[in-house]
Write a protein that binds this ligand. Structure first.
Ligand code: SAM
Length: 351
């Protein structure tokens, strides 16, 4: 089969063999126009022109982990650390709510200061104040009981990228105390509890191979996530990977399109990392199949300090500016921002 036939097969069956996926992953740029067109068509069948907003609150840049790629790793002693208190987080939600956001994403490093009790208190208060909003957590690997407690407090979504499904590759990106098996277990625990689960990987991270990407697809087929977040790997100079090159926008866009066709119902963000690697990266991400954007609602003083990688965008802008800027970008790509909770359409369509 040629590339066009393979894309048609993927559109019809949402699956391909490893060899067929390898072919599409390695093909030259001539396949992208048709691939993106098919992915956009699939996205429109399910989500129309809608783009959902997630108000991102980066609650802490303390982290007990030492992932080799990440700027907020505990071993980076050049970074000024911060954590928000409950009042600041609630103030971010207030601002976000006024701007039309109906999902709040609380993301941070694995910071033991945020005990389960404190997380539940914060989640409970957001839930009580904004019962019409979804609360998403992205606070790393926890015990199942902790995830259960957050769920009972009102959280309904959890983002935990698996980072790479290749066992050997995982070992090259992380210190020995972290394991792919545990990260996967966390994702299955979250599913079992009833969370809408998001996973994903960095594109072009050091040592990543095409086979790793195929393993990523296979793992995600097993997990069946509601959300898939991918973005290019971007180098941070104060990490052991300082000398590695950034991942590419082109491969990230191709993966977004392949993911849209393999996981038609997935909520796929056009990420900040994609906007960082290219001025119109997020717009191009939307045209390749993404349907979510994540405006930052953290106080501007903290944004630069949540420094996962170099040159992160939107660090100086007020929340209201981000809202206007994103709306214009989404429109320019041909889509419409909607102020809705924006659940995955999976259940609705399967029913
Ligand atoms: N601690 C939580 C966790 O482990 O999921 C959430 C915070 S973590 C910093 C959020 C995501 O940032 C990671 O899942 C990773 O994919 C991404 N990230 C970290 N360093 C990055 C880099 N150098 N380039 C691109 N993405 C990066």
């Amino acid at each position: 089969m040629n590339a066009k036939e393979l894309i048609d097969k993927l559109y019809e069956t949402s699956n391909l063999t490893d060899e067929e996926l390898r072919f599409l992953l390695q093909a030259d740029a001539s396949i992208d126009e048709y691939l993106f067109e098919r992915a956009d068509c699939r996205r429109k069948e399910i989500y129309g022109n809608d783009v959902y907003l997630r108000g991102l609150i980066e609650i802490s840049n303390y982290c007990k982990n030492n992932c080799y790629y990440c700027g907020i790793r505990c071993g980076n002693n050049k970074l000024e650390r911060y954590r928000m208190d409950k009042e600041t987080i609630l103030e971010c939600c207030k601002q976000g709510y006024a701007l039309g956001y109906r999902t709040f994403v609380l993301q941070g490093g694995e910071d033991p200061y945020f005990t389960d009790e404190y997380i539940c208190e914060i989640v409970g208060e957001i839930h009580a104040t904004y019962p019409d909003c979804a609360i998403t957590l992205s606070l790393g690997e926890k015990e199942k009981e902790s995830y259960q407690a957050y769920f009972e407090a009102g959280a309904r979504r959890y983002l935990l990228r698996h980072e790479t499904a290749g066992e050997e590759h995982y070992g090259k990106l992380h210190p020995e105390n972290l394991s792919l098996a545990h990260r996967k277990q966390c994702l299955f625990d979250l599913k079992e509890i009833g969370y809408q689960v998001g996973t994903g990987m960095m594109v072009g991270s050091p040592y990543q191979t095409v086979d790793d990407l195929i393993e990523d697809f296979r793992f995600m087929q097993e997990l069946d996530p509601e959300m898939i977040g991918i973005g290019p790997y971007l180098t941070h100079l104060d990490t052991p990977f300082a000398s590695f090159e950034n991942g590419s926008m082109e491969l990230t866009l191709r993966l977004i399109a392949l993911l849209r066709l393999m996981f038609p119902y997935a909520l796929i963000p056009a990420t900040t990392a994609l906007g960082t690697i290219h001025p119109t990266g997020r717009e191009q991400g939307l045209k390749a199949g993404a349907n979510v954007v994540m405006p930052n609602v953290s106080p501007t003083d903290f944004r630069k300090l949540y420094s996962l990688y170099e040159n992160k965008i939107c660090t100086g802008d007020e929340a209201s500016h981000c809202r206007g800027c994103l709306e214009a970008r989404v429109r320019s790509a041909g889509y419409e921002i909607v102020c809705a909770v924006g659940d995955s359409a999976k259940e609705k369509f399967r029913a």
